[in-house]
Design a protein around this ligand. Sequence first.
Ligand code: ADA
Length: 569
Amino acid sequence: MGIRQRRSRVAMVLDGSWEFAWLGEESDLSEQALASPALLQQLVYHERAPVPGCFDTMPGLAGCRGTAAYRTWIEQQDEELGVIHFDGVGIWAAVFVDGTLMHVQRKPYSPFTVEVDANGPAKRELIVIIDNRFHEVRSPLQENYFDFYAFGGIFRPVTYLPLGRNHIARTELVTTSIAPPKLSATLYSSRSFSAEVELEVDGESVFAGTLDLSESGTTVELDLSGLALWSPEKPALHTLQIHAHGEGVDDVLAERFGLRTVEVKGREVLLNGKPLSLFGWNRHETHPQFGPALPHQLMAQDLAFFKQASANFVRGSHYPQDDRFLDLCDELGMLVWEESLGWQQGERHFQNAEYQRLITEQQREMIEAHFNHPSIVMWGFQNEMASDKEGAREVVARLAATSREADPSRPVTFATCRFPDDRCLDLVDIISLNMYPGWYAADNDEYRPLAEIGTRLSESIAELARQGLGEKPLIISEIGAGAIYGWRDAHSGHWSEQYQTDYLLEVIAQVAQRDEIMGLALWQFCDGRTYGSSRALGRPRSFNNKGVLDEYRRPKQAFNAICETRRWK
Ligand code: ADA
């Protein structure tokens, strides 16, 4: 047979202007439509809304909580089935195709897919009901005590993949050696079938043969001698092209990857065998006009600011990240800590079986979806959970095990603010401490000098050693101070840009002096909307103002000072 006309997999991008209906703050359609989808036929779409987008940043809907309906259409041709991929929605969603309930999404920020049958050319109706109200049963992962605002909408891209019933579902690509470079490629298929498989890397054939593919995965070991490694300094990327064809299968999938290894050795995290020194920020996906539905250009701008400050590390606080952002991190050599959704979960969550089921599911799904991003160097979970309380150990053990089972190739961690009373740090590979010496104090009338920063760091290091944890890598995963953009004060009072500058330069200087600390993630990259309510007095403007840029990415004095004088290892 001559050169086979290989079908190239074509993804239909569904982003754009969808029909839209705001159903109000009292609507119970979210519940009713699940019971009787016929109700959807009564919907009248008066408006249109952008996807990706958040309806509660649109004029007239800012701050509203209730139910919205989005609708678009999918043109099917000769495919055997279609897979709709949602990269992230919030807070809760129900997906209907031609009036049939296909999926209920209860995990904000998680990617998910909906499989649609195909029977020849057809125009299929896709309706997504979004509810951005808090609901501890329907959406237990997102609560309004978190210190970041939960928006509502279809935050991230939606694509439609016309496929055969037999197709490659996903891959897991693990660098097993860097000298010479070797890659272990595991192919997961939609169901069990045998196929002629050809693998090409950057257009060069590296494997050809018959494989019995299955949902549990089939692994091929590839010797990729001569290919460049991925590193922050030289983020070389390669493309694995998978062609599977034969009886009942004709599929092709391209997967980008980077050749690099990550391992923990004593107090070091090694990338390609070299110790890492991590410096950067915690970053929320947030903007006053877009919520978490950030335009691609803004993501690129954010990372340009990281680079301007010679940062090499971003903690995706506190939920699964936009895949496009992770692509940019791969391309720019920005190292990533990615974590599932969490914010100070406590004993009531430990005892909530449904919460535990969903968060464990989100952890596994996040890892499977983002497995091949070389920029991700560690998996996290449960930010600032009550890890000093009864029941915490079981939760950390489960999430650490879930992470290691899904991906043995990366270390796991979680950020604690309970140290030295933590009960769980021996269960993770990397110790990550959140602390705010010199900013928060037990007694709000207490004077809190910047000298507290060095003292707290030294005390923490000594206590970790006393607890037998001194031989693990240590990251200061959150530390920072607030500043109101534009507030310049000769007295360097709290909330002034000067105070924040003094604070952060002291942090960097103190951390840089301590070899026991291999990573620093300042809190936080840019200001982000939070809630007024209980913490209004500590959140002027109902924003978390600890960004070194404001919410519109206007640099504060601290950012410029860090760029000019940052001393790092
Ligand atoms: C905690 C939390 C952050 C933020 C920070 C703050 O460390 O993890 O999300 O709320 O405190 O600004 O106080």
